[in-house]
Design a protein around this ligand. Structure first.
Ligand code: F6R
Length: 605
């Protein structure tokens, strides 16, 4: 989604803005722009990569400016729709969606403002300008404007002859950076590490004024507030590509260490403790009679795996809902439900709204399972578990998914223990399996060369089917999602038993069928499903375990994972599917880290 960088400093801030935008490229965008004050306004915009904007801005020097990468919502990707948007000498960048923009636009048009773009953001620029006619001060005008906006926004505003940047946020991320030489704002910390590690996270409804040496913040009620200064622990290296060709590849290979970091707290533990989930967790988890998981996309798939674990281990009913559906559907709330929001970014608009919806219905036992500390979803929930995957830059989620699975298994085992469903020997066995997980994933990564060879055979295909059963069915869903989002091959996943109820009609020699065939209780059932495919000429690509009795034969290709991993097997079996989609995308030459039309952190509905 859109990225914002803003800076006011002693130094020339043009390179800071451009470098900041580069760091936000991973969020997905189609155009970019900057507005600089000298002290009059210069605006530069371009469609395409930040590199193009960088060459346009090369000769510029300024101490005060705002910058933006745009992911189109209102209006096509074009220079005229790229941010910043201006109204006389005032410029605005914006992330989010202004839902009442049409009504505001009509009002401003009637007042004589002329619109030069199709965006909702231009409304904000003119509205601040218009508000200044009665409310002269820029800060006051921005505050008054925010009171009229419905929707989600993070904005940064500058104006000719004014030495400030005014920012505001509601429902979209924005943090401030406090540096030696100036003050900064950005959509996420990675953009500001180049100048500072000292960050201030704004709360919902905050409006702030940045000058070279100071920050002033008011809350939604216009009361002056101090927000805590945090030292970012993000390492600058963590957002560098290093020896890898793509972030997705780097992140796939980082999974062993991401899992080790996420599971570090159980390193020497003899038992699963609710304290892993926060100080109030012993009480809140113990009273939970059911679990409701809310998430989107890949995080939703992690939730689907967790349902198998929670019901099997803890014996508690668990439902998993797509956040964008749950937030609008009439459902039956149960106050004793533990609501678990899963999100890599912690900023996904639908997931955040779904938690608020659950709380509004009286479900106050909320747990955030996120990869970003201080994110909106973390702050919304009573309990938290932070996965320690490190920054995930590739749009296609990989290490965030496997670390979510590890965290969800911890949750399932903890609930099981609290319910008295976990024997001492099972507890010891699960702890051992979790501790060995990073090594087990490392061993699976060794399959890369074989998978690269398979990928060649997928590159000219237009469709693919993914099959799995039991807790590997969600892994089939995840494999299909990975393939479609980065290689643009249409892929569908089915619970293998469903095949004969419809999708089998699609199977012919042009339809590769990827199957997840671990050596579990459902293997024999799955093998019957695979025979149904083979009998129709379908080409089968089977990911089996070393000890699975699935044999290579014409039309049946088999790769074996090193060992069967019991309940945690989904964490291993997703890895070859990530590698497969990565290598198919490489053969097809797609933009692996920034697939078309997609954004990393989906902060709009
Ligand atoms: C797919 C992918 C998305 C995200 C989804 C939710 O590879 O990354 O489907 O999983 O947008 O994002 P988070 O987890 O940040 O809430």
């Amino acid at each position: 989604m859109c990225g914002i960088v803003a800076a006011v400093a002693e130094r020339n801030i043009v390179p800071v803005l451009i470098e900041g935008l580069r760091k936000l490229e991973y969020r997905g965008y189609d155009s970019a722009g900057v507005a600089l004050l000298n002290p009059t306004l210069t605006r530069l915009r371009s469609v395409g990569r930040v590199a193009e904007l960088a060459s346009l801005a090369e000769a510029q020097v300024a101490h005060h400016g705002i910058a933006h990468t745009r992911w189109a919502t209102h209006g096509v990707p074009s220079e005229r729709n790229a941010h910043p948007h201006v109204s006389e000498g005032l410029a605005v960048v914006h992330n989010g969606i202004i839902e009442n923009y049409a009504e505001l636009k009509a009002e401003l048009t009637a007042a004589g403002y002329v619109f030069t773009s199709d965006t909702d953001t231009e409304v904000v620029a003119h509205l601040i300008q218009h508000t200044q006619k009665t409310n002269n001060d820029l800060f006051d005008a921005v505050f008054a404007t925010t009171q009229r906006l419905i929707g989600a926004y993070a904005i940064a505003v500058i104006q000719e002859w004014d030495d400030r940047i005014v920012v505001a946020r509601q429902g979209a991320p924005l943090l401030l950076g406090v540096g030696e030489e100036g003050r900064y704002a950005a959509s996420d910390a990675s953009a500001l590490l180049q100048v500072t590690r000292q960050m201030i996270y704004l709360e919902e409804g905050d409006v702030a004024e940045l000058k070279r040496g100071s920050v002033r913040i008011v809350d939604r009620n216009h009361v002056a507030v101090e927000r805590a200064l945090h030292e970012s622990s993000l390492s600058a290296d963590a957002v560098e590509l290093g020896e890898y060709a793509h972030y997705m590849q780097k992140e796939i290979f980082e999974q062993p260490q991401a899992l080790a970091a996420t599971l570090e707290m159980i390193g020497g533990a003899q038992s699963f403790s609710p304290n892993l989930f926060g100080t109030d967790a012993p009480e809140l988890l113990a009273g939970a009679k059911s679990v409701l998981i809310l998430a989107c996309g890949t995080s939703f798939h992690a939730g689907l795996v967790a349902r198998y674990w929670i019901e099997q281990l803890a014996g508690i009913p668990c439902s998993v809902e797509i956040a964008s559906e749950y937030r609008y559907r009439v459902s039956v709330p149960h106050p004793d439900t533990l609501v678990v929001a899963i999100s890599q970014s912690g900023e996904t608009a639908d997931t955040l709204a779904s938690v608020k919806h659950a709380k509004a219905q009286g479900m106050m036992r909320t747990l955030a399972l996120c990869n970003v500390p201080e994110s909106a979803i973390v702050r919304e929930c009573a309990l938290r578990f932070l996965t320690r995957a490190g920054p995930e830059i590739g749009v296609a989620s990989t290490k965030a998914f496997t670390t979510q699975l590890a965290a969800l298994f911890l949750l399932a085992a903890t609930l099981a223990k609290q319910q008295g469903h976990l024997s001492a020997s099972d507890e010891a066995e699960h702890l051992t399996a979790l501790r060995h997980l990073p090594v087990a994933v490392q061993n699976v990564l060794a399959l890369e060369d074989d998978i690269r060879a398979w990928a060649q055979r997928f590159s000219d295909k237009h469709h693919a089917l993914f099959l799995g059963r039991g807790h590997h069915f969600p892994i089939a869903l995840e494999g299909a999602l990975k393939l479609k989002e980065i290689s643009y091959i249409h892929a569908e996943a089915y619970a293998a038993g469903e095949l004969k109820h419809g999708p089998l009609a699609l199977v012919d020699e042009d339809m590769p069928v990827v199957s997840i065939a671990p050596n579990d209780a459902l293997l024999e059932k799955l093998k019957s499903n695979l025979k149904e495919v083979a009998a129709r000429g379908g080409e089968l690509y089977v990911f089996a375990d070393a000890d699975s009795h699935v044999d290579e034969e014409p039309g049946v290709h088999v790769l074996r994972l090193p060992e069967h991993y019991g309940l945690l097997s989904p964490v291993l079996h997703v890895v070859p599917l990530q590698l497969l989609s990565y290598h198919v995308a490489l053969v097809k030459g797609t933009d692996v880290d920034k697939p078309r039309n997609l954004a990393k952190s989906v902060t709009v509905e």
